[in-house]
Design a protein around this ligand. Sequence first.
Ligand code: MG
Length: 159
Amino acid sequence: MRIGTGYDIHRLGPERKLVLGGLEIPFDRGLIGHSDGDAVLHAITDAALGAAGLPDIGELFPDDDPAFAGADSAVLLAAAMGRVRERGLEVGNVDLNVIAERPKLKPYKIAMRDRIAAILEVEPERVSVKAKTREKLGAVGRNEAIEVHCVILLEERSR
Ligand code: MG
């Protein structure tokens, strides 16, 4: 077994779609980023790459490379998972803390879990999405950003 951790934070800004965990979520602002800004998928990508001993997301998909401008982070995660599988590894489970003051994410947790499981090509039971707030503290608490922490377990392929 191999374990990895991932972290990401993106600022919220106007005139952006909010894309989080591979879902479009109705909100008056979205995450600012070179790609679609999906901090959930970025944290998972980095956790999986880290667990597999591969280069991090910034090295594989540089944010100054025009090829990744506006990129769908689901495509980037799927590509990273291809690299992980080449190493004979599969996802055991993924556990996420998604920290946002607003929008309230509780109504989206199940859909987000299912979407992430589909991107990872695993059963939904292997993915956990926990929605938290920052209790109004700091940048996330002021609703200026959304922050994500991820832990992933990879297992050598036997199934
Ligand atoms: Mg990011």
